[in-house]
Design a protein around this ligand. Sequence first.
Ligand SMILES: Cc1cc2nc3c(=O)[nH]c(=O)nc-3n(C[C@H](O)[C@H](O)[C@H](O)COP(=O)(O)O)c2cc1C
Ligand code: SF4
Ligand code: SF4
Length: 256
Amino acid sequence: MKINALFFSPTGGTKQVLDILCPVWDCEKTYIDLCSLDTDISFDPTDACMIAVPSFGGRVPKFLISKLKRIHGNGAKTVLVAVYGNRAYEDTLLELKDAAEASDLSCFGAAAAIARHSIIPKYGAGRPDDSDIRELQRFSARCRDILEKGSLPATYSLALPGNRPYRPYATLPLAPSAGKNCSGCGLCAERCPVGAIPADNPQRCNKETCISCMQCVSLCPEKARRVNPAILKAAELKLKKVCSERKANEFFLPAI
Ligand SMILES: Cc1cc2nc3c(=O)[nH]c(=O)nc-3n(C[C@H](O)[C@H](O)[C@H](O)COP(=O)(O)O)c2cc1C
Ligand code: SF4
Ligand code: SF4
């Protein structure tokens, strides 16, 4: 068996969760950054897949849907992972399952896991912690065992929380731009997943295109990029009530 681990992780929390789950499987692994998936990709029916995405406004980040359409799953057994910043993940797993199944992936397990909130890092700080790591490893081992033993019921259908139609996309006024520390290295423009930073003027940001993923803030070697501090503070206060209490990871698997 081989495992294909597909992910989008603009600030590293989603990849951190994937890096806890994947090593539990003692088999060949291929990591695929969904940002760079620009051609079609086919999986073998005997492959296993994990798809890990962050929850943005309780949804799958919109641009990923066209990336997921690049996949020809051929029935490969798949585990879905939504990583969120201690508020809520709402329709993320359901939307991810719908997109995965539309690409002929056969979804049998799912996890909603908490990581540091990439916009307001005080929420979800320190997650995943030791207790999360143990839970995630246990979940991953159960997924692996189900496939290795071939014990998945033939008619199994993965039931996940969420609603259709999915909740509307939230538009956030949080487009980062660079200050005087910017060296003009161009790294942020090169790596922005939606091309919102002009290569010839990387201090700026196209507010219409930006998805506020915070990757450019996280990767800038000069720490030159930031969002408007007043807007950030307002977002922090608005989220305080819903983000402060510790949320539990959730796991969805067939009862075998
Ligand atoms: C634009 C945006 C929207 C987000 N929306 C939510 C949300 O609805 N619920 C939540 O709990 N966390 C939310 N978060 C936090 C991320 O889901 C969380 O920090 C995740 O770990 C980010 O993944 P990354 O570290 O791989 O970038 C959001 C973050 C961003 C950037
Ligand atoms: S990564 Fe930072 S220093 Fe480099 S161009 Fe972007 S904002 Fe400027
Ligand atoms: S400009 Fe916007 S979309 Fe691009 S990396 Fe920065 S936050 Fe993400």
